[in-house]
Ligand binder design. Structure first.
Ligand code: DO4
Ligand code: MG
Length: 275
């Protein structure tokens, strides 16, 4: 099933039918073990609705933090070693790729995040910027993976490449993240062969396209979550981006007005315009 957050309440898509649900508090609604069963029970006795507008959905988050994982795909390791070679990046990305402990970093809050059809930003002090299309987990306060959404971990490659200690500035700023359009919830983990694709359009023309399967990811979703929860509590649950396996070539940078389209099978397509 897919859960869309609306200005008021939620729309749930289940077996090709749509249902409107009242939601008093989004944090409480999402943050539960076995979210799938809970929502399924709430659908009992409801009549499907015909007239559903899914273009104006809200960011499917409440007050949760967004965290992110890094260097979980070989492509990310290689691109980052290249961009940071003048700063000694030759070894540390290699090492984190092979280490037991993953790279995890704080990414964003709701106020710095946009939803489907929202406007993401590139920093004014950065001249090399990319979207990072990432499968994003919704994790309950008990550390269980309850749902999946599409995430964009907008990144400044020039700032990150200059010095790895600048990572928080390369990653966290106003409009640095997008999530949406919905949360995909199932009674089993997302298919291991799920494809992620990214298309970047400039003045209506495609200037970059890429695709990756999540089965090429180095780490397991639950291992990332377990590390994140080792010494952090998330009373409302949290979102965790799982890293990018698609990075445009080194001569590519986003421009104002570009449109990013990130699709993940089973979930949908997250569309954003760059400002
Ligand atoms: O190491 C820097 C960030 C990595 C990242 O965001 C990714 O691999 O997706
Ligand atoms: Mg990333």
């Amino acid at each position: 099933m897919r859960i869309y957050k609306k200005k008021v309440g939620a729309v749930v898509e289940h077996n090709q039918l749509f249902f409107a649900l009242e939601v008093a508090n989004w944090d409480d609604f999402l943050n539960r073990k076995n979210l799938y069963r809970y929502v399924l029970n709430r659908l009992v006795g409801l009549t499907a609705v015909d007239d559903v507008n899914l273009t104006n959905v809200a960011i499917p988050m409440g007050t949760q933090e967004i965290w992110a994982s890094g260097v979980t795909y070989k492509r990310s390791k290689e691109a980052r070693m290249e961009e940071s070679k003048d700063a000694g990046g030759g070894t540390f990305y290699d090492r984190v790729y092979d280490a037991d402990r993953p790279e995890l970093f704080f990414k964003s809050t709701q106020s710095r995040t946009v939803g489907h059809n929202g406007t993401v930003r590139i920093r004014k002090d950065s001249d090399w910027n990319v979207p990072e299309p990432e499968l994003t987990l919704f994790v309950s306060s008990e550390g269980t993976i309850e749902g999946y959404t599409v995430g964009n971990d907008m990144s400044s490659r020039s700032i990150e490449g200059e010095n790895p200690l600048y990572l928080p500035q390369a990653k966290t700023y106003e409009g640095c993240a997008a999530l949406g359009p919905c949360i995909y919830v199932s009674d089993k983990p997302i298919d291991a062969n799920t494809l992620i694709s990214l298309d970047i359009l400039r003045a209506g023309e495609t200037v970059f396209s890429g695709q990756v399967s999540i089965n090429t990811m180095k780490r397991k979703h639950q291992d990332l979550v377990d590390y994140l929860f080792r010494e952090c509590n998330f009373p409302q649950g949290c979102f965790l981006m799982t890293g990018t396996g698609i990075i445009p070539p080194d001569d590519f940078t986003l421009q104002v007005g570009d449109e990013t389209r990130i699709s993940i099978e089973h979930i949908g397509t997250l569309v954003n315009v760059v400002e």
